[in-house]
Design a protein around this ligand. Structure first.
Ligand code: HAM
Length: 432
């Protein structure tokens, strides 16, 4: 735990390393992204699913794969009080598959489309764009064998980026083959790995025999360099995978989605088959992947469900928000009206009007203390209030108060009867 001494000498508890607060001022951007994403997904028939933050460790081991960095090094796993091993979810796909199987969701309609938004946990080395609690916006399609489902997902990602005015993003795609074409590829890759053994890190040497594809995902610079000449899955695809990948490329072209074929793209999770993809950017330094996903045709079956193909993606919400923030002005919520009250009676009435205006859908603020008019006006100005309603005992008696437009400095008198409607019509005149 990191402690610091506050000004009064008491230990102050700081955030856990790699975790972060999303503060007001920043949160508005997250809300906007979430609104745009939800609307887009729902227009395409995706329904929200909410899954638990914690699952049995076995679920992630079996789906993500025992030899992956996530399972080997990054999961927050601990025994609960009865000794059962549980894990804070490092991703959503495994849990969504578990729910899909457990609740027999496939019996409702052969095609199921879901999205979810929420926090994930991986104990990675923290740096900009990489956190130990981070957020994902996830979408999954179950029950479609055709590569058109992958194309729809990539199209949704690109469309979301467009709606958020992001220019510097590019789809990278690759095919990771299927159990039919993998054995020949694995053999070619293992032979190659033997030939460069001296340049590989201990993790890669260990993984070479158990799971050679994982070696292609190693982040160690020396390994990456040595892997440049490694055989590519693209050159070993079986006919079915080749036809499917051609369909994906052709359909993306027809939709005008630009992409690069990235033979190095293998993804960090074991469950992928056929098309895998990422949305990458050059604007976020080392953390170039804003979103990643792909097809996982065998996972539902491997987790004990029926033989149902699936595909999906997850967007790194933190990274997306950082990218959107680079391109947009601050989204601060400003009050429509600040009620400045002078005197005890006006304060009481002001408090009630604030409740009325707020429930009437007008964004409202007041000062809860007994401050001077000057200091209330100053605060209204600092908050960026569009109008200030100034009420003292005289106004209360006369039944009308001054409404000051903070931009033009003009004041009009508004009746305190029907205050919500009167203020709303003033706001509408300035909006029009
Ligand atoms: P993933 O590539 O591990 O895939 O993660 C997806 C995205 O989450 C990444 O592209 C990145 O933007 C973000 N991300 C991952 N780790 C961190 C981190 N430590 N800090 C910040 N952002 C991070 C999956 O999770 C798969 N479940 C995607 C999927 C869904 N495949 C099929 N369906």
């Amino acid at each position: 735990m990191r402690l610091e001494f506050s000004h009064c000498g008491i230990d102050m508890i700081q955030l856990i390393r790699g975790f972060k607060d999303i503060l007001p001022g920043e949160v508005e951007l997250w809300q906007k992204i979430e609104r745009v994403a939800r609307e887009l997904f729902e227009d395409f028939g995706y329904r929200e699913i909410r899954i638990p933050i914690m699952e049995r460790t076995e679920l992630f081991k079996r789906s993500i794969g025992e030899d992956t960095d996530i399972v080997e090094k990054e999961m927050y796993t601990f025994p609960d009080r009865k000794g059962d091993l549980v894990t804070l979810r490092p991703e959503a796909t495994a849990s969504i598959c578990r729910a899909f199987i457990q609740h027999k969701l496939y019996s409702q309609d052969p095609v199921q489309k879901y999205y979810m938004i929420g926090p994930m946990f991986r104990r990675e080395r923290p740096q900009k764009g990489r956190y130990r609690q981070f957020y994902q916006i996830d979408a999954e399609i179950f029950g479609v064998q055709s590569g058109l489902a992958d194309v729809q997902l990539i199209f949704l990602l690109v469309t979301l980026c467009k709606r958020l005015n992001l220019a510097d993003v590019r789809a990278h795609i690759n095919s990771l083959g299927c159990p039919r074409c993998r054995p020949a590829f694995k053999k070619a890759l293992t032979d190659y790995l033997v030939s460069i053994e001296g340049d590989l890190c201990p993790d890669c040497i260990r993984r070479r025999n158990r799971n050679p594809l994982r070696v292609l995902d190693c982040k160690v610079p020396k390994c990456r360099e040595a892997l440049i000449g490694a055989p590519s899955l693209q050159d070993h695809l079986c006919e079915g995978c080749r036809i499917d990948f051609d369909l994906v490329m052709d359909s993306l072209n027809r939709l005008g989605v630009s992409f690069v074929i990235d033979k190095q793209l293998v993804r960090g999770l074991d469950y992928y088959t056929r098309t895998a993809f990422e949305i990458q950017t050059t604007s976020l330094g080392a953390q170039s992947a804003v979103a990643g996903g792909g097809r996982y045709d065998n996972l539902v079956k491997e987790l004990g469900g029926p033989d149902i193909p699936a595909t999906g993606f997850a967007i790194g919400f933190d990274r997306l928000a950082e990218l959107v923030a680079l391109n947009s002005r601050e989204l601060i919520q400003v009050p429509d009206v600040f009620v400045a009250a002078l005197g005890a009676d006006s304060q009481k009435s002001a408090f009630e009007w604030v409740c009325e205006l707020g429930t009437g859908g007008i964004r409202v603020e007041m000062d809860y203390g007994n401050k001077s008019l000057k200091s209330q006006m100053k605060r209204a100005d600092r908050l960026g209030a569009r109008y200030v309603l100034i009420v003292g005992d005289d106004e209360l008696k006369s039944g009308s108060a001054a409404l000051r437009n903070m931009a033009t400095k003009e004041q009009v008198s508004v009746s305190l009867d029907n205050l919500v409607d009167n203020i709303r019509s003033q706001l509408e005149t300035t909006n029009s």
